[in-house]
Design a protein around this ligand. Structure first.
Ligand code: SAH
Ligand code: SF4
Length: 392
């Protein structure tokens, strides 16, 4: 790789070792300050940083040559110095009969992660009343607006080891960078030519990995997506298996997505049997941390609850869950997820009538409960199925 241009005068700032590293030559994922520092190497006026920021995150360019606001000479200099946009690329697309698309997305180092596009969402990421102002619901506008939820990965694999989850089988391979997390969204938005402001795009950080075990990169990605790409944080939901220090940090964030806790059980005994992390942070400790998260108007926390046949799907579990929700003092809704099977995972799907009875019990007791439609099961894109296979 060729080296960056040599400074002409001694007063020109010298590139720091960080700026010279290969990774720093990937522009996508850099903060405004980092972009300004890179452009100062090329002795550019301050306004160029804003132009680059807009090109990366608003125009969503994929190649330096597409930055129309930059002089050709600057684009050439940057290219010659090894700089590139470096957006993750969609390496493979699997399309489900229900319209869901699963992508194998290749990072610069060749690692792949999975990202899912679900037209019209899956009935669980919203359902809290905030849809009432949805411009896409008017019959006249339906053709004009796109409405979809993108499910994003935060790590390659996962370290948490929930016994019902296929991603757990991979173990943790590595954390994704902020650029790789936000880059999944931009790659998918580009594929669908989505227009922020016109289209209604929801983001769920519920793909591979535990976002709160990659906290800084995850939150940096959120800020890039909110401030740069322009997706409101109220349209984003992050799901955690219950990483207590992460929840505590999250509570203090001025800009943050909605929060979902993968509760999955009505008590510590059942939860510990399916989610060993419960032995580190029990349900009580998690609820205490959740109570410290200041909610926005109309915002609710979500309890995700994967229904496993004969493990946590009985009426007595529903009763206990109602008590837990009431006693928690939290404004919550419950998203019920029918467990998606995977090879060598020793659980059973719940019976359809048990799922219905479970939901009815919660609703009758005044606890809002929604059933997440499984999306893209035929292409292994549903919850907990990511990285099952690389071919359909
Ligand atoms: N690591 C985070 C986010 C990714 S998992 C977390 O655990 O919350 C997203 C959701 O998928 C979680 O609620 C998890 O409980 C659920 N899930 C995992 N495996 C599943 C499976 N096989 N079937 C259905 N849901 C599953
Ligand atoms: Fe990791 Fe979430 Fe799967 Fe648990 S459910 S192993 S935390 S990805």
């Amino acid at each position: 790789m060729s080296s960056p241009p040599q400074p002409e005068a001694t007063s020109t700032p010298q590139p720091s070792p960080l700026q010279l590293s290969t990774e720093s030559r990937v522009l996508f994922g850099q903060s405004f300050e980092q972009l300004a520092a890179i452009l100062s190497i090329f002795t550019q006026p301050a306004y160029r940083a804003k132009q680059l920021w807009q090109a990366l995150y608003q125009q969503r360019v994929t190649h330096l040559d597409q930055i129309a606001t930059f002089p050709a000479q600057l684009r050439q200099q940057m290219t010659a110095a090894g700089y590139r946009i470096g957006l993750p690329e969609i390496a493979h697309v699997f399309i489900s009969t229900d319209g869901t698309e699963r992508y194998l997305i290749a990072c610069a180092d060749g690692d792949t992660v999975e990202t899912v596009w679900m037209p019209n969402g899956d009935g669980g990421e919203s359902g809290d009343g905030s849809e009432n102002d949805d411009p896409a619901q008017g019959a006249d506008t339906r053709d004009i607006y796109q409405r979809a939820t993108i499910c994003i990965s935060s790590q390659v694999g996962c370290a948490v080891n929930c016994h019902f989850c296929l991603t757990a089988k991979l173990g943790i391979q590595r954390n994704l960078t902020a650029g790789e997390i936000a880059g999944q969204v931009v790659a998918v938005l580009n594929r669908h030519q989505a227009r922020i402001g016109r289209d209604r795009i929801n983001l769920v950080f519920m793909g591979m990995g535990e976002p709160f075990l990659n906290y800084d990169a995850f939150m940096d990605a959120v800020r890039l997506l909110v401030v740069g790409v322009g997706i409101p944080e109220s349209r984003m939901t992050v799901s955690t298996s219950g990483i207590l220090p992460g929840i505590e940090r999250f509570a203090a964030e001025p800009v943050r997505p909605r929060l979902a806790l993968s509760l999955n059980a009505p008590n510590d005994a059942i939860r510990a049997a399916i989610m060993p992390i419960t032995r580190k942070w029990n349900i009580d400790a998690l609820l205490t941390a959740l109570r410290a998260v200041p909610l926005r108007p109309r915002e609710r926390l979500t309890f995700e609850y994967v229904l496993l046949g004969s493990i946590n799907d009985r009426l007595q579990d529903a009763r206990e869950l109602v008590q837990l929700a009431r006693n928690s003092g939290l404004n919550v809704k419950v998203n019920l997820i029918v467990w998606n099977p995977g090879p060598e995972i020793p659980y059973q799907m719940p019976q359809a009538e048990d799922v219905a009875a479970f939901q009815q019990h919660l609703i009758a007791a005044g606890v809002p409960a929604y059933i997440r439609r499984p999306r893209g099961r035929d292409i292994y894109a549903a919850c907990g199925q990511l990285k099952r296979t690389t071919t359909p």
